[in-house]
Design a protein around this ligand. Structure first.
Ligand code: NAD
Ligand code: ZN
Ligand code: ZN
Length: 389
């Protein structure tokens, strides 16, 4: 089959790879009909996640048609259309039974690698490095889906792929980012990053009752989408002093909750940006946590900082004194997607949201390298690329 593979830093390519086969009784094989490129894939593309090998099949946002099931998969049959959640989870371990699916204790065969960096291992993830399981991903014609009796969500007939594809990751991720803020009536929520995840965090904060949402980025087309699609107020952080602007907009108190939808490749103008780039280049920090630092400093005392942007390792100049002295709460995680798929499908079916609003580019799988390049460099007002195998 054809699959989009990680070849080296800044290089992906569509190659012939072996067709997946059933390896476990709880596996299914899915013929992929739609797949997408995520901001998390850019961290791989930019060489910031260790333990990638040339030829690894990328992609963790995908859906398609079941073509084969293992004997223990009783809930799916060939022909069913499914969306596949990006964390691989057994549904039976201590973490899965607490609905903490992205922490499944049974899905990472390379847990020892993750333990070295993080202490304990989270769940395996499709197409996301060997330290997270070495599973071939879904930017391909077919994928093997482990624990298919637990993860995949059956899609009702008649609902187009584009409306439900993002249940695999970015809609639940933005939603969890907002849910972790425990939004109360009257709350002001600020969101760093107006990429696809930020857009869903902004919309979800509104769905969950925020009175005002303030969206922060520097790309005018991304800020425009936040205004037009979700009624957010927006700040271009290159045009104003962000801290002062947020303070002014919130009666001098700061937003009640701040969501970091940027992650480890935060952009920072001037000296701070140069500092982070140099420290990262020489290995003294792994991540550039500029947005996280700002979210902490800007948050109202006693407020919540919700971090859904991905961080990989060690950060520097972390204002922990601000967290401690001002009683901030930090909440974070890879999304427990399986927990959110059904309730969010219901919101789609009720017409509360049509997640396809973020799609700006549709390309055949063969053009995945062009898709990565466009998405990374924000060419042609690129927001979200959907690939069709
Ligand atoms: P993206 O790269 O398209 O979006 C990031 C946005 O942040 C860009 O628009 C960029 O301009 C903006 N940005 C950069 N520096 C900034 C700063 N200092 N202040 C404000 N904005 C800034 O990616 P995306 O697909 O939207 O993903 C965003 C993050 O979410 C990534 O880190 C990704 O890995 C992560 N993610 C996490 C999960 C999860 O399970 N927690 C799932 C999916 C994605
Ligand atoms: Zn993702
Ligand atoms: Zn589990």
């Amino acid at each position: 089959m054809k699959a989009n593979c990680w070849l080296d830093t800044s290089t992906v390519g569509v190659q012939d790879v072996p067709d997946p086969t059933i390896l476990d009784q709880r596996d299914a094989i899915v013929r992929i009909t739609s797949t997408a490129i995520c901001g998390s894939d850019l961290h791989l593309y930019n060489g910031l996640v260790p333990t990638m090998k040339a030829g690894d099949v990328l992609g963790h946002e995908f859906m398609g048609e079941v073509v084969e099931v293992g004997p223990e998969v009783k809930n799916l049959s060939p022909g069913d259309r499914v969306v596949v959640p990006f964390p691989i989870a057994c549904g039976r371990c201590a973490q899965c039974t607490r609905a903490l699916f992205s922490l499944c204790e049974n899905s990472n065969p390379n847990a020892w690698m993750a333990e070295k960096v993080w202490g304990y291992s989270p769940a395996g993830i499709f197409g996301y490095s060997h330290m997270l399981g070495g599973y071939p991903g879904g930017q391909a014609q077919y994928a093997r889906v482990p624990f298919a009796d637990v993860g995949p969500l059956k899609v009702p007939p008649g609902v187009p792929d584009e409306k439900v594809l993002f249940l695999s990751d970015i809609f639940p991720t933005g939603y969890m980012g907002a849910e972790l803020c425990d939004i109360e009536p009257g709350d002001v929520v600020a969101v760093w990053g107006c990429g696809p995840v930020g857009q869903f965090a902004i919309k979800s904060a509104t769905l969950l009752g925020a009175e005002r949402v303030i969206a922060i980025d520097r790309f005018p087309y991304r800020l425009r989408m936040a205004r037009e699609q979700s009624g957010a107020e927006t700040i271009d952080y290159e045009e104003v002093d962000l801290y002062d602007a947020l303070k002014d907009m919130t009666g001098g108190r700061g937003p009640d909750a701040c969501i970091d939808a940027v992650g480890m490749e935060g952009h920072a103008p001037g000296v701070v940006g140069a500092y982070d780039r140099v420290k990262q280049a020489v290995g003294l920090e792994t991540d550039r946590p500029h947005a996280l630092r700002q979210a902490i400093m800007a948050c109202r005392s006693g407020g919540t900082v919700s971090v859904v942007g991905v961080y990989a390792g060690f950060i520097d100049k972390f204002p922990f004194g601000s967290v401690m002295n001002r009683s901030l709460t930090i909440r974070t995680g890879q999304t427990h997607v399986q927990r959110y798929m059904k309730p969010l499908l219901a919101r789609i079916e009720q017409g509360q949201i049509d997640p396809s609003f973020v799609i700006t580019h549709r390309l055949p799988l063969e053009q995945a390298p062009r898709g990565y390049d466009m998405f990374l460099h924000k060419q042609d007002d690129c927001m979200k690329v959907v690939l069709t195998p």
